[in-house]
Design a protein around this ligand. Structure first.
Ligand code: GRG
Length: 298
């Protein structure tokens, strides 16, 4: 990516990020029925300093298909709510037991374990309420609910997490690792793109191109995540690094070594960008985002 493209993308993503953050804040205005401690826990985790990668993917995918990104904002928020719930639950003592997230105390460290579980539950439920209540037309809202619930469910996000926990200190190989990553991390990334495509209502061909881009991007994202855990700086990454090896996790650098893992991530990003050809210049944002994922340091 030439430097002007990178600068343009940073500017664009900063603008979109502000739009997303305002919409997210509005999504969790529950009013008097919601206990204050629960409200604060949700705000801490949903509005904290994350990258907002998944909402950006939803919005960029809608734009790549020639539609206005404002149409896709409810879906963009819903995906980020599912993501925030998964991070809250992943950090719990029963799972990854992490007290640091995004450079701040994780939800249970700040608000207690019970409230963290409930905050995650409430965000997951709200995600679907937002899609059903705010996405038009109704047929698209139904398709988006189906897409997101599958990605969040027992065969994808939750199933991948279960297999990831079971694989600790196991002698699994690359196929097992790719299957875990495709479901634990890749499914929500791929679904973000598909939601953007579904909302634009342009048919199967663009949806297929977005799916291919999402599959490649999701795997590359996870390889980079493994590399950041292996050799990233804790302050920059914003969570404890070096944990995967200590927990006996299956990782790409563990199975392939660092150089080969980096080579694979770059190859996947190139393949992801090739899949964008049918969109022409409408997909410049998605291409810039893919390059950013390969180069990210947090
Ligand atoms: C508890 C059902 C359940 C699932 C947990 C999210 C997850 C599955 C595990 C998190 C552990 C982990 C390191 C996953 C790999 C990639 C990942 C999801 C990283 C976090 O996403 P980012 O980098 O986070 O987009 P930010 O903070 O930027 O939003």
């Amino acid at each position: 990516m030439i430097e002007t493209d990178a600068a343009f993308f940073l500017d664009y993503s900063a603008t979109v990020r502000q739009e997303v953050d305002s919409a997210l804040a509005a999504c969790i205005q529950f009013g008097p029925g919601c206990p204050e401690h629960l409200q604060q826990a949700m705000e801490h985790s949903l509005l904290g300093p994350g990258k907002r990668l998944r909402p950006l993917l939803v919005l960029l995918a809608t734009e790549a298909c020639g539609s206005l990104r404002s149409r896709a904002m409810p879906a963009a928020c819903a995906v980020e709510m599912v993501h925030a719930y998964s991070l809250i639950h992943d950090d719990l003592p029963a799972m990854d037991d992490d007290d640091l997230r995004r450079g701040r105390p994780s939800c249970h460290a700040a608000f207690g374990e019970a409230t963290a579980i409930l905050a995650g539950d409430a965000l997951l439920a709200r995600a679907f309420e937002i899609i059903v209540g705010e996405l038009q037309p109704a047929a698209v809202a139904v398709a988006c609910c189906q897409e997101l619930s599958k990605a969040a469910g027992a065969t994808m996000l939750v199933g991948g997490q279960q297999d990831d926990l079971a694989a600790e200190f196991s002698s699994g190989g690359l196929d097992q690792l790719e299957s875990i990553h495709a479901r634990k991390t890749g499914a929500l990334i791929q679904t973000s793109l598909r939601l953007g495509g579904l909302i634009a209502e342009q048919g199967d061909e663009p949806l297929q191109a977005l799916t291919t881009y999402g599959t490649k991007l999701g795997l590359a994202f996870q390889i980079v995540d493994d590399l950041l855990d292996a050799d990233g700086n804790q302050t920059t990454v914003g969570k404890r690094t070096g944990k995967d090896a200590g927990r006996g996790k299956l990782t790409f650098p563990g199975l392939l070594d660092v150089e080969e893992s980096r080579r694979r991530a770059v190859e996947l990003i190139n393949q992801a960008c090739q899949a964008l050809a049918p969109f022409g210049s409408n997909a410049e944002g998605l291409e810039a985002l893919a390059r950013y994922v390969a180069e990210r340091n947090h």
